[in-house]
Write a protein that binds this ligand. Sequence first.
Ligand SMILES: [Zn+2]
Length: 69
Amino acid sequence: MKFTGKSKFRELIPQPKSRFLQVRCPECGNVQMIFSHASTLVKCLVCGRVLAYPTGGKARIEARILKTI
Ligand SMILES: [Zn+2]
């Protein structure tokens, strides 16, 4: 039996680990860091708009994600 080429597909799948996200508030444009698995409401520090809702697992992000740290 002979295999040609290597399977690299697994490397493309991001690990579902908790991490920090850099997001931009859609309301005022403020950029701040939020935890991807936030267990409490995360609000914009400037205008108070809710940016992330807790879901019990990964938070529902209501803002544009600029970067994942
Ligand atoms: Zn804001």
